[in-house]
Design a protein around this ligand. Sequence first.
Ligand code: SF4
Length: 237
Amino acid sequence: MSRRASPPSVLPLIPVPSPLPKESDYARRVRQLAELHDEIHVCEQCVAAGYLPQANTVGATRGRIGDAVMVVGQAPGHLSVERGIPFAGPGGVILDRWLQQAGFAPGALHREVYLSALTRCDPGKNPRGTGDRKPSPPELALCRQYLLRELELVRPQVILPVGGMAIAAFLGPQRLEDVIGEAFERNGALLLPLPHPSGVSRWLNDPAHQQLLARALGRLAVWRISGQSQASDGAVP
Ligand code: SF4
């Protein structure tokens, strides 16, 4: 595999475009999103650049135009790739349970939420074999365009970055305890950081951190019932 010049390791924050109603230019957005999904599915950029031995994106459609909520994770795991479904593993079960705590129906994660990620191929295990390898800065740089284009087409009202890497991509490096439970307004959209639902994360073992998660889900519940402005005004149960 030939290695190209490395992309920059420090990336600008992911910009959040303003939300759009489903009806706005719907046919064009649907067509372009389908084209984008096809493009992601056959992407081999990280293989060509020598960062991955093989490309293995999740084949399934990741969501629809009109999804008001977008989850942004780190990268798919091997179960998601095997099953062709984003968030197909235990983390997805937990995330769906968190959504239920915020008032969503069971199964809403895969039915009515757009599922995105910083990178789209399974990075494999970390060298210690204790969990998934984090995508490297060059992989993040190469894959970034897909998330930017999804955001531009889907225009969600709420973005849920899950885990430290996704949170940092939107907000810069942060301690989880400083941002979980907080709401950030960006161009009329609501950013609600969540911890990573993976069982590998020990952050939620601390009862105080569980309370921060409950606060974040409370904000999501407020948005769901009353609209974004109240959730970002601190009207939290
Ligand atoms: S991680 Fe992203 S940029 Fe890299 S090969 Fe997969 S889809 Fe392409």
